[in-house]
Design a protein around this ligand. Structure first.
Ligand SMILES: Cc1cc2nc3c(=O)[nH]c(=O)nc-3n(C[C@H](O)[C@H](O)[C@H](O)COP(=O)(O)O)c2cc1C
Length: 371
């Protein structure tokens, strides 16, 4: 079903349940940037980088993935949400984002098997005991029933901190192979109890986190979920992900964020089918919540094409780094800014600190070797 949503500066969007109004359909997707302090508090550099994108006209600004408990930290310089000490700086951030007219979302996550022991001093925890390079023993520890309850409480407490810090909503990070997706995947979740087995059971961890959060945040607070359609290494397949979207719709989530990496790619599982990843969802599931889709959008025509696939909101990550004003510039016809590499000077002018610029060197070809 092709939808005729238009992409323009005046094409606002309303989250029907909560009444939040977006000035346009653009979303700055979560981007780890390594700029937080070692205790997880937000740095001024991170506030500056996100504020600049709010000034640049994005409808929603999402924080980097933030760990909800100390044992969930995936890398250094990561934003934390595991303690009340984080609230102060986050309040400065949300005030600043709101001043410039964007909604502010925080992304909540736990690294699970990707939370290295050298950082957390704990054996990485996951749905099952599985091989794990980040663990001194070479394996994760399978979460006990008590661990699971504690983790649900950690996610809930982090969400409550987000309310206190003035965020408009949160995104549960159920994508990219972190703890929630380790529960979803058949290769990482071999449990025989109610937290493993069929899709309903493998989804239980995510759903219970969602329900617990909903019981503890105001009704007006937006709660959405990000998922990956396919991660074959984890045993996450497209059919399960589509069914998961149906479960999440039934729970009443405020939005579903599909992380495609390349939104114009076909399914890896069904390469002969012409549907793009987002279309698999928008054409298979009735009454979906608003869909954010993200992956390889660069130009205005990319964004429009993704809306034609049925996305309600367009997420971008990489193009928002060199072009903080990308959202506003969509008002230009045929907007298609130059692609990587970007010089250090260009990135500094776009309000990236050197820490973030160095991190971006890990993304092949993004930072130019010439200054
Ligand atoms: C520097 C960088 C950091 C990222 N960090 C996160 C993250 O913290 N959480 C997340 O869900 N995705 C993260 N992603 C993935 C992006 O949100 C996005 O899905 C992906 O980059 C594809 O979109 P793009 O083609 O517009 O960059 C990151 C991507 C980049 C480039």
């Amino acid at each position: 079903m092709v939808q005729n949503k238009q992409l323009g500066p005046s094409d606002s969007f309303i989250f029907n349940r909560t009444g939040h109004r977006l000035r346009n359909r653009t979303v700055l997707a979560a981007m780890t940037n390594k700029q937080s302090h070692s205790d997880g508090t937000l740095s001024d550099a991170e506030i500056k980088w996100l504020t600049r994108r709010a000034k640049g006209g994005f409808g929603i600004i999402t924080t980097a993935a933030a760990h909800v408990s100390k044992d969930g930290q995936g890398w250094d310089g990561e934003l934390g949400l595991f303690d009340d000490m984080h609230i102060d700086k986050l309040t400065t951030l949300t005030d600043s984002i709101h001043t410039h007219g964007s909604l502010s979302f925080a992304q909540l996550f736990h690294g699970g098997m990707h939370a290295p022991q050298y950082l957390t001093e704990k054996t990485p925890i996951s749905a099952s005991k599985i091989p794990c390079d980040e663990s001194k023993s070479g394996f994760t520890r399978s979460a006990s029933g008590k661990d699971i309850k504690r983790l649900i409480n950690n996610f809930t407490a982090a969400a409550v901190r987000c309310v206190q810090a003035g965020f408009d909503g949160i995104e549960l990070h159920g994508a990219h192979g972190y703890l929630i997706s380790q529960f979803l995947g058949t290769k990482t979740n071999m449990r025989k109890d109610e937290w493993g087995g069929d899709l309903k059971n493998r989804t239980r961890f995510l759903i219970e986190i969602y329900r617990s959060i909903k019981e503890n945040v105001p009704d007006s607070f937006i709660v959405g979920v990000r998922i990956s359609p396919e991660i074959s290494d984890l045993g996450i397949n497209l059919e399960d992900s589509i069914n998961l979207a149906g479960f999440l719709r039934d729970e009443g989530i405020d939005y579903l964020h599909i992380s495609c990496w390349d939104a114009f790619a076909k399914s890896k599982e069904y390469p002969d089918d012409s549907r793009r990843l987002t279309e698999w969802f928008t054409q298979s599931v009735d009454d979906l919540p608003p869909i954010i889709s993200t992956g390889s959008v660069w130009s205005k025509s990319d964004a429009q094409e993704l809306m034609n696939q049925g996305a309600d909101l367009i997420g971008v990550a990489r193009v928002g780094i060199p072009y903080p004003g990308w959202a506003k510039k969509l008002s230009q016809e045929n907007y298609n800014p130059p692609r990587a590499p970007f010089t250090v000077q260009h990135l500094r002018e776009a309000d990236l600190s050197d820490v973030f610029i160095n991190y971006m060197r890990k993304w092949d070809g993004f930072v130019s070797n010439n200054n």
